[in-house]
Design a protein. Structure first.
Lengths: 334, 288
């Protein structure tokens, strides 16, 4: 079990309100990702749930029981930190055993759970090493192992992959996803990387300045962003946002069109511009298009290889049914 | 530092420092060795020729020798224990965010800047004086008979004075070590269910082990040779005659340079033995 409910939770540091009143329910077994730009309060929110920070007002319920005043250890949550926070003077085995030792679990059971976690995380050969002798990915797995053995109601991940290199990050992303499928335990995952959010989440919570901008499944957010901020934040490359006369044509203050929803045509496109940087990835090509008269720079994604170079004219045709419309407050117009 | 030219340049530039150090250390050491095998009484006939190991035999068989070794070890041990225990506690306190942190930290470090002679005199006259000292007044306030600190509890007094001087050093080193502790480790331990005392025992203390090692090593080296504090307080009486003080008495009060030099050589050997032991015991901490 691991249902977590936040009711009217607020947090102030001195006079600064970091989290304005906020309501959120995370269902049992759900993989929830908090995503947002740095400083949006996502890590603070996670620490509030963990109990590492006291909330200023409001209630936190874990499995329906009020956990607001309960100490972090008693909430039954396990956390994986950005720096992994392994205990450097203990071997991997002792690191993983530490929470069980603190809980007074008997030695045989400890060994059984360590064995199980080590097998699941490919750590069997490293149990007697110190964290300093492990690579980044292995340390990450030890941190996860230390969380697993507690058999928590929910796992909390605080940007766990940001210290890894790109290739390892993709691998660990898969491992964490698989772990979630296998354990079916609630997981809350904080990241600033929308790719991680899109690929791993059952539910994404987009935060800005402590406010929840939108909650939904990855594809919900992709298809129907509730406002300009979510539209710009979710999706890679970013959605093109256009204001002015072109938006007025669609009865909107701002219109948005994703780079992958613009077709490049030989001639006679709706829009026209000059190719700036062209990023040839092989499978895709991204064009930065200037001088369209619509926005400073537009991004266009074309599948496969396209032979257009810097300075070439380019003709664009947006797909009319994929245009998102927003009013002057930035909210979506249905 | 890869090329041949840069290596020889490095040697050349390090040479003055190395030569100076060698001169500073080796010349006195050799002279001490030289004198320790001579009968040399500056005011009673000067250099009276070689005597072999006679100075050593006399120094070791003197009734003051073993008590002085014991006194030295008691002072070193006592001060080490006090400075490290209180140093850790103070460092933890000073690490807490508080108002006026900068000033408090400077005040805590201040005793280290006071010259040993001065601080020993202040302690002797202001605190430990059996008539006018603050301790005497405190005792009288509770209707107790004031302790004559420097004669009745001479060793304790000395340990207190020297600890007061060295506590700032230990606190400073331990404070910087505590500040370098990753707060996420403590939070992780908190989440793992460790109460505050366990967090201290399992996380903070092991983290400090290297700093403690450094404090023990450096303080031992300096404490073996404390002199001024004894000189201005008890003058070596009441069982406070350390090895250093004994050597001083042999050389200057008895005017027997040869005998004192033999003691000096023993002190050098003793210091090295202790240093080797310490390195062995705590060397593991420095490697890890």
């Amino acid at each position: 079990m691991g249902q977590i409910t936040l009711q009217q939770v607020t947090k102030k540091f001195g006079d600064v309100q970091v989290i304005p009143p906020l309501d959120l329910t995370i269902e049992d077994g759900e993989f929830t990702v908090f995503v947002g730009p740095s400083g949006c309060g996502k890590s603070t929110l996670l620490r509030l749930i963990a109990g590492l920070e006291d909330i200023t007002s409001g209630t936190i319920l874990i499995d329906g029981a009020d956990a607001t005043a309960i100490s972090p250890a008693k909430r039954g949550l396990a956390m994986v930190f950005q720096s992994y926070a392994l205990y450097p003077h203990m071997s991997v085995r002792k690191n993983i055993a530490f929470p069980m030792r603190m809980a007074g679990i008997d030695k045989a059971e400890q060994d059984r759970r360590i064995e199980q976690a080590a097998t699941a995380l490919n750590l069997t050969d490293y149990l007697d090493r110190r964290p300093g002798q492990l690579s980044g990915g292995q340390r990450q797995r030890v941190a996860i192992g230390r969380a697993i053995v507690r058999e928590p109601a929910a796992f909390l991940f605080d940007e766990p992959l940001s210290n890894l290199d790109a290739a390892l990050r993709v691998g660990m992303r898969l491992e964490i996803s698989e772990l979630h499928k296998r354990l079916e335990t609630t997981m809350i995952y904080v990241t600033h990387d929308q790719v991680e959010a899109m690929t791993m989440a059952d539910k994404i919570v987009v935060l800005r300045a402590g406010h929840i901008e939108q909650v939904g499944s990855p594809l919900d957010l992709y298809r129907t962003p509730r406002n300009v901020f979510v539209a710009g934040f979710i999706g890679s490359p970013k959605m093109n946002l256009i204001e002015g006369p072109e938006a007025a044509k669609h009865d909107a203050h701002t219109i948005g069109i994703r780079p992958e929803h613009i077709d490049v045509v030989e001639s006679g496109g709706l829009w026209e511009g000059r190719v700036g940087v062209a990023e040839h990835l092989g499978s895709d090509t991204f064009f930065h298009v200037h001088d369209t008269g619509l926005a400073e720079m537009m991004t266009v994604r074309v599948a496969g290889e396209v032979n257009l170079r810097h300075g070439d004219r380019i003709h664009l045709n947006p797909r009319a049914d994929q245009i998102h419309r927003f009013d002057d407050k930035g909210l979506r117009i249905q | 530092m890869a090329t041949k030219a840069s290596r020889s340049a490095a040697r050349l530039m390090m040479a003055p420092a190395v030569i100076l150090l060698l001169g500073w250390m080796l010349v006195p050491l050799c002279m001490t060795l030289y004198f320790s095998f001579k009968k040399y009484l500056p005011l009673r006939g000067g250099d009276l020729g070689w005597v072999g190991f006679e100075n050593y035999v006399r120094f070791f068989s003197s009734s003051a020798f073993w008590p002085s070794v014991q006194a030295t070890l008691v002072i070193v041990g006592g001060v080490l224990v006090i400075t490290i225990v209180f140093g850790i506690l103070l460092a933890i306190l000073l690490d807490q965010p508080m108002w006026g942190q900068g000033i408090v930290r400077i005040l805590v470090i201040a005793p280290f800047f006071v010259m040993p002679t001065v601080s020993a005199l202040v302690w002797k006259n202001m605190f430990m004086d059996p008539v006018n000292g603050l301790f005497a007044h405190l005792w009288k306030f509770f209707d107790a008979t004031p302790i004559e600190w420097l004669s009745q509890a001479s060793m304790t007094s000395l340990v207190i004075i020297v600890s007061w001087q060295w506590l700032p050093f230990a606190t400073l080193i331990l404070l910087t070590a505590i500040q370098s502790l990753d707060s996420e480790q403590l939070e992780a331990a908190e989440m793992d269910g460790a109460p505050p005392l366990s967090r201290f025992g399992y996380i903070t203390l092991p983290h400090l082990s290297r700093a403690i090692t450094v404090v023990v090593l450096i303080q031992t080296i300096f404490l073996l040779s404390i002199f001024a504090e004894i000189f201005v307080t008890t003058q070596g009486s009441f069982g406070t005659k350390t090895l250093t003080y004994l050597i001083y008495q042999r050389v200057l009060e008895s005017q027997n340079v040869g005998l004192g030099s033999a003691g000096g050589i023993f002190a050098v050997i003793l210091a090295n033995i202790i240093a080797i032991f310490l390195m062995r015991i705590v060397g593991k901490n420095l490697d890890a």
